[in-house]
Design a protein around this ligand. Structure first.
Ligand SMILES: CC(C)(COP(=O)(O)OP(=O)(O)OC[C@H]1O[C@@H](n2cnc3c(N)ncnc32)[C@H](O)[C@@H]1OP(=O)(O)O)[C@@H](O)C(=O)NCCC(=O)NCCS
Length: 160
């Protein structure tokens, strides 16, 4: 299975419907709608990586770049492919892309209740740096997390 998968960097509006399917499956009623996805495709400082095999889309990640910082806005893996390492693979691919754009840190906000996502982020190296109380509503706070790109990783890029 791993041999078949590939990452596509996408700003191609043909792929809006693929993202919409992933969104609906992964987020259910909290999914972004067509207009929201289209609007994210059109922002020049967004990076969208789509993970697919030769039969279907598996998941995607969206990061916004602001100067030398990134903000991870969304990651979703279709339920049939979850807990197989794809989320980790997608984030590691995003880190490589971020390095090539000279990004120094990637930030994100995640609900304290989204245990799967918090574990995934910690697993790939994000660190908790704060808690925004009631960020998602009265009983739902958000962790602020950061991934610092390592010095040697930045040097790697500079040497190319
Ligand atoms: C969060 C999400 C992206 C994880 O993707 P995934 O491909 O299933 O994650 P991986 O298989 O790469 O898991 C990597 C690590 O994360 C942790 N993890 C992932 N899902 C988990 C879950 N449901 N419960 C507990 N730990 C979990 C595990 O520690 C795992 O490492 P391990 O396999 O060595 O134990 C996926 O569950 C998803 O799309 N969820 C719905 C959308 C969402 O909530 N997105 C995040 C907010 S934008």
């Amino acid at each position: 299975m791993w041999r078949e998968i590939k990452i596509v960097e996408s700003k191609d509006l043909d792929q809006v419907s693929a993202l919409l399917d992933i969104e609906r499956e992964a987020f259910g009623e909290k999914a972004w709608n067509l207009e929201m996805i289209k609007s994210e495709f059109q922002k020049h400082n967004n990076v969208i990586l789509l993970l697919r095999n030769d039969q279907s889309e598996i998941g995607y990640v969206l990061m916004r770049r602001i100067l030398d910082e990134g903000e991870l806005l969304r990651i979703a893996i279709r339920p049939a492919f979850q807990k197989m390492g794809y989320g980790k693979y997608l984030l590691e691919s995003l880190f490589k892309k971020a390095k090539s754009q000279r990004i120094r840190k990637i930030y994100l906000e995640v609900s304290e209740k989204n245990i799967g996502a918090v574990r995934l982020y910690q697993k790939v190296g994000f660190q908790k740096m704060g808690l925004r109380k009631h960020y998602y509503g009265l009983n739902e706070s958000a962790y602020i997390m950061v991934y610092p790109l390592k010095e040697e990783e930045k040097d790697d890029q500079n040497s190319h």
